[in-house]
Design a protein around this ligand. Structure first.
Ligand code: KIV
Ligand code: ZN
Length: 514
């Protein structure tokens, strides 16, 4: 494998921008900051933090990520409009390395129907937008939206204009996920061969997965001369999503013999990033998903298990450890003391303040009383749950429920709202329904449940349940997570966590009580 700079592939992560455009994937500012930190830790080259002009929330997010992240370039999207570019530049001001990413559609269909612009006006807009962006930053990316359905001769002119105006990266997206790998490779080769000064820019892929070809197309783009790939964690994004970063990075690492390119990504952080994005968005990773699915390294058939025991390479082309899938390790028992618990938290990468530590330790001891074996995953679920509820206005204090096979259930809940205790007792068609009704009684409004999902953190009937809930109220959506060995309590915690986020969103718009 050649490790020349010429074969280095820059990883441009757009989980926080294109990924967030997945219906229902809204993330809070704190969640985005957490994801950005994980991406920086993985050595992602460029983080697209948002679309600064889209909303005040997006602006704030680009700005705060620019303040916090030092080792990755921070990027904001901007249409070919002066106001968009200025807003992006303003949000990126604190960034150590900033990039403005400006785009305009170039396909006949998009120009005629969506933009209602003549091709010549599009060329002027490219010149104007890139020139304007260069007044603020040296690092400007220009994208030809719907490049794969653009006439090649027009694409040459558009790219030439962008490079002349100072674009340093040229992105040719497969916006609608329509291209085949051969066509996509050929498009890059043709553009690079036919555009004067094409060597002055780095070419980039941005593939959507409508036909399930996003990763294959991205890799084909490299063969055609691209050296940047735009992708997202778990492949989230508009419609069928974007190319999945974990698949691209591991394909390049595992098949370096066939594809002589390399990235700087720290692959052992892949699982951590995948779990975080899945938890925050509420989008579960399917069990058979490549690299990060629960079954990606599981071997069911006896003949496979036998082979694996003799030599893992019989059925494993990469090791689970290389993507951060650790074997479940026995964490500790109920007799473990504070020091051992603090050491374990440090090993798992947590730094908790005093109060949060005390509360986590109390819950860990409680868990030890009820659950025989405590794994690292149990501690991670417990601490994530505690950290998520910390500083929230509402918390579940106690919950008792009764359910019977005749379809009736009762929930008796005690919660705190801004420190005051509130109680409710309600019925439901099942225990979770009764718990959600009780919470609605307490909060005195009725968010719509859009998504509800439970999964077991480890094996066995005493495994902790991790629950995700997505709520919608007055046009705003929020995801909440909760964990507990009792599924109903985990569900209630998740519901309350989503309500807390809805409250934050609502307060940002119109301060005042609920
Ligand atoms: O899919 C696309 O074309 C985009 C552009 C804005 C880069 O997301
Ligand atoms: Zn896109």
């Amino acid at each position: 494998m050649s490790h020349s700079e010429n074969n280095r592939v820059r990883i441009f992560d757009t989980t926080l921008r294109d990924g967030e455009q997945s219906p229902g994937a809204s993330m809070t500012l704190e969640e985005k900051l957490k994801i950005a930190e994980v991406l920086e830790g993985m050595n992602v080259d460029i983080i697209e933090a948002g679309f600064a002009i889209a909303s005040n929330g997006d602006f704030e997010c680009v700005k705060q990520i620019s303040e916090r992240i030092k080792n990755s370039t921070i990027c904001s999207l901007a249409r070919a409009a002066l106001g968009d570019i200025e807003r992006a530049a303003e949000a990126l001001k604190p960034a150590k390395q900033a990039r403005i990413h400006t785009f305009i559609a170039t396909s006949p269909l998009h120009m005629r129907v969506k933009l209602q612009m003549d091709p010549e006006d599009v060329i002027s807009a490219i010149h104007g937008s890139v020139t304007h962006a260069r007044k603020f930053v040296d690092d400007v990316e220009w994208s030809a939206e719907d490049a794969t359905r653009t006439d090649l001769d027009f694409l040459y002119r558009a790219v030439e204009t962008a490079i002349r105006a100072g674009a340093t990266t040229i992105n040719l997206p497969d916006t609608v996920g329509y291209a085949t790998p051969t066509e996509f490779e050929q498009m890059f080769r043709s553009v690079i061969e036919n555009v004067p000064d094409s060597d002055k820019a780095i070419f980039s892929t941005h593939c959507h997965n409508d036909l399930g070809l996003a990763v294959a197309n991205s890799l084909a783009g490299l063969a055609g001369g691209a050296r940047q790939i735009e992708c997202t964690i778990n492949g989230i994004g508009e419609r069928a999503g974007n190319a999945a970063m974990e698949e691209i990075v591991m394909a390049l690492k595992t098949r370096a013999d066939a594809m002589p390119y390399h990235t700087n990504i720290k692959t052992t952080d892949i699982m951590k990033a995948s779990k975080l994005v899945s938890t925050v968005t509420g989008f579960t990773v399917q069990n058979n998903k490549a690299i990060v699915g629960a079954n990606a390294f599981a071997h069911e058939a006896g003949i496979h298990q036998d082979g694996i025991l003799k030599d893992a390479q019989t059925y494993e082309i990469m090791t689970p450890e290389s993507v951060g899938v650790a074997k479940s390790t026995l964490a500790m028992g109920k007799h473990s003391g504070r020091h051992a618990f603090a050491d374990k938290l440090a090993e798992l990468g947590y730094e908790l303040g005093d109060n949060a530590f005390q509360e986590c330790f109390r819950r860990f001891k409680e868990l030890g009383d009820r659950k025989k074996t405590i794994y690292d995953e149990d501690i991670i679920a417990l601490v994530d749950d505690e950290v998520a509820t910390w500083a929230n206005r509402m918390q579940v204090v106690a919950l008792n429920n009764y359910s019977s096979s005749n379809g009736h259930a009762v929930c008796d809940i005690t919660m705190t709202i801004d420190g005051d205790k509130v109680k409710a007792v309600t019925y439901g068609s099942g225990p979770v329904d009764a718990a959600f009704n009780a919470i609605k009684d307490v909060i005195e409004f009725s968010p719509k449940l859009q998504h509800f999902q439970v999964h077991a953190v480890t094996h066995g009937t005493d495994a902790q349940a991790e629950c995700t809930v997505r709520l919608e109220h007055e046009g705003r959506t929020a995801n909440g997570q909760g964990a507990d060995e009792d599924t109903v309590i985990a569900s209630a915690r998740a519901y309350v966590s989503a309500v807390n986020k809805l409250l934050v969103k609502r307060e940002k718009k119109a301060p005042g009580p609920v």
